[in-house]
Design a protein around this ligand. Sequence first.
Ligand code: NAP
Length: 287
Amino acid sequence: MILLKMPAKIIDGNKIAEKILNDLKSKIKNSKQKPGLAIVLVGNNPASEIYVNFKEKTCKEVGFYCERFNLEKNTSEIDLLNLVNDLNQKANLHGILVQLPLPNQINEHLIINSILPHKDVDGFTPFNLGNLVSGNTFLAPATARAVMHLIEHTGVQIEGKNAVVVGRSVIVGKPVAMMLLEKNATVTICHSKTKNLQEHTKNADILVAAVGKPKLITKEMVKDGAVVIDVGINRANGKIVGDVDFENVKDIAGFVTPVPRGVGPMTIAMLMENTLKAMELADRIKK
Ligand code: NAP
């Protein structure tokens, strides 16, 4: 008997995100209050500008209120702190997003920590990350939520599965690992000092790549039928590619996200959801 290997199902992040955004649009259409997002960009990093433009555009498309603050590259730490403090006081701006990375003269931790936890729609403050670790999610990082949403969308059960997260950044790798653990996966976190990466990835029923290295994950590193989520956004030969060698991995994996049209659009959809949640939290705090 010849067993035919089915190619992976491609997880269409664009389509899933579109549905979420349409739901948000309908939800707020008739409400008196609109969720408001402040977007702060310091300097003119081209990638940051693209991300911020997308976030601003999506915000407007779903009917949220959005205010953008473009600051000079040489903005001082104290000036940025003062702006965040002002935004913390504004009742019509429920969420504050300071686009990272910030220029060298500014301490990122200091700025992120100055955002009020209930306005921290990126979920990067110690309060929100701490809540995530304690299993009491308040506002969780959007990319990590996007990854979980895409895994859940496949219908594959997470509980009891071997999940491997490659990358341990505070904004992606660690929160994804925590969320998978919360869903009762057995989680391994790999990083640049991990010996024999393939030994770990090959054992993954669920594999999340959040590294920033084009096509690091080859088909030899993927288990047959695995769910593979590619967070990476890399520029290679004038194209945007992920951390996964998509063309070859799709013949091995059960499900795989493309780049673009995978985690990226879902991250923005999750950010919008977080902004709505921030408005609801503000209302609860007022009461
Ligand atoms: P990061 O802060 O640079 O972290 C990268 C992680 O990868 C680090 O933990 C690093 O290990 C690990 N790493 C580096 N080389 C490795 C290797 N050869 N083998 C195994 N691990 C390795 O990056 P990030 O902010 O998490 O972002 C990761 C990627 O996701 C980037 O391409 C970024 O553009 C993309 N991203 C996409 C979205 C989206 O919405 N789609 C959102 C955020 C980020 P060490 O800790 O040992 O250095």
